[in-house]
Design a binder for this molecule. Structure first.
Ligand SMILES: Cc1ncc(COP(=O)(O)O)c(C=O)c1O
Length: 391
């Protein structure tokens, strides 16, 4: 079956944060929203069919996750990553951000140091500081537009008594899909220094054609024993509004600690629709995903070609995700100035780089998960605005 990602869709007025919060976020309602990480595409028809089917029953009482919920995740991970897990390793969480915060509470004490690798998805910072733990920055390195982990710095930070590391794999926002060698090095340093790894792999399924995602826990038995992996169908299949995600924890001791912490908050009931959508997406969504990835790759290629028309902005070519990290440093503007320029001169709402922490200054993140027509219009505006600046 061929899926139509070109279909024009109206999202305004659907309680959708990406469109309906533009006034609050950008100060105006008519910017083309290319910020928060959700997609302007319908989710796979298998998902909506499953939800319709469930709704026909018309009783929406308390829910329980049946065996298929776990086995569909298990089969998906085996098929996509040759990662063999057991059903009982899967622990439900209503979101990955809540799970990160729960890990902080379950595995560290106030005052403990936690390593993050900025520029990175900014809720990582709050998952540390909101609970009175301390951030240790292991800043990513950038060399000629290529981003990588600074392992010398990681060694130094690890030796400062850090208890935990939050890994974004693939990395949001720089779009890296970490290689086996990088994952081996990182996990070796963490094992040597007794640092627990929370590997946020929510973007795993969005690794672009030509690249490969390696679950960190596949690196070795000792690494699996020292890792909690975050996975979800929410980014992959555009189901974020259903608040359904999972932690994969093979180490029984760590799993028990995580379960005790999350159960103590009474937030694991989940919702009927999230369960049905997750089962349908993982069981029947693969072809849809493969076509989506080609569509996104095409959008990225289009952006790269269009940006050749200007000198002030250059893209960091992503290996994963539908977000592109744009190097705007030649514009010589502060974060607020860049925001102002893109909102008011280009009419596009992007994510400003300094939100992602040190190293993000002078960058903007653009979300390309939209149909080609929206992207073409956004790029026309974008290029025209930049050309007027270059004159
Ligand atoms: C790295 C990363 N983790 C987690 C999330 C959000 O997870 P959730 O919506 O399940 O809390 C995002 C969303 O963009 C993300 O990029």
């Amino acid at each position: 079956m061929e899926y139509n990602f070109d279909e024009p869709l109206k999202r305004e007025g659907t309680s959708c944060v990406k469109y309906d919060s533009r006034q609050e976020i950008f100060g105006k309602k008519d910017v083309i929203p290319m910020w928060v990480a959700d997609m302007d595409f319908k989710c796979p028809p298998a998902v909506t069919d499953a939800l319709r089917q469930r709704l026909k029953h018309e009783i929406l009482g308390y829910t329980v996750r049946r065996e298929e919920y776990f086995s569909s995740i298990k089969k998906w991970l085996r098929k996509r990553y040759e990662w063999h897990i057991e059903n009982e390793w899967i622990v439900f969480s209503p979101g990955i951000v809540p799970a990160l915060n729960i890990c902080t509470l379950a595995f560290t004490e106030p005052g403990d140091k936690i390593i993050v690798q900025p520029p990175v998805y900014f809720p990582f910072f709050n998952a540390v500081t909101d609970h009175k733990r301390k951030l240790l920055f292991n800043r990513l390195k950038e060399t000629n537009g290529q981003w990588s982990i600074d392992f010398d710095d990681l060694e130094r930070k690890a030796a400062q008594g850090a208890r935990m590391l939050l890994l974004s794999s693939p990395h949001n926002p720089v779009g890296r899909s970490w290689s086996k060698e990088e994952l081996e090095k990182l996990s070796r340093i963490c094992l040597d220094n007794n640092i627990l790894i929370i590997s946020d792999e929510i973007h795993a399924d969005l690794v672009l054609p030509g690249h490969r995602h390696i679950p960190l826990a596949k690196i070795s038995g000792p690494v699996a024993d020292n890792t909690l992996t975050c996975m979800a169908p929410s980014k992959t299949f555009n189901l974020a509004g259903l608040s359904t995600s999972s932690m994969i924890i093979s180490n029984p001791g760590l799993r028990k600690k995580f379960e005790d912490a999350i159960n103590s908050l009474h937030i694991t009931g989940g919702n009927i629709f999230g369960t049905e959508a997750s089962i349908a997406a993982y069981s029947f969504g693969e072809e849809w995903l493969d076509q989506l990835l080609l569509y996104i790759k095409n959008n990225i290629e289009y952006l790269v070609v269009r940006l050749k028309e200007v000198e002030l902005v250059s893209p960091v070519i992503p290996e994963a995700t539908y977000m592109v990290w744009l190097d705007c440093r030649r514009m010589k503007m502060s974060g607020p100035e860049l925001n102002e320029f893109f909102i008011n001169k280009a009419g596009v709402g992007l994510s400003e780089g300094s939100m992602f922490g040190p190293g993000g200054e002078g960058f903007m993140r653009i979300n390309l998960a939209c149909n080609h027509e929206i992207l073409r219009k956004a790029m026309d505006n974008f290029i025209n605005a930049l050309k007027s600046l270059e004159k």
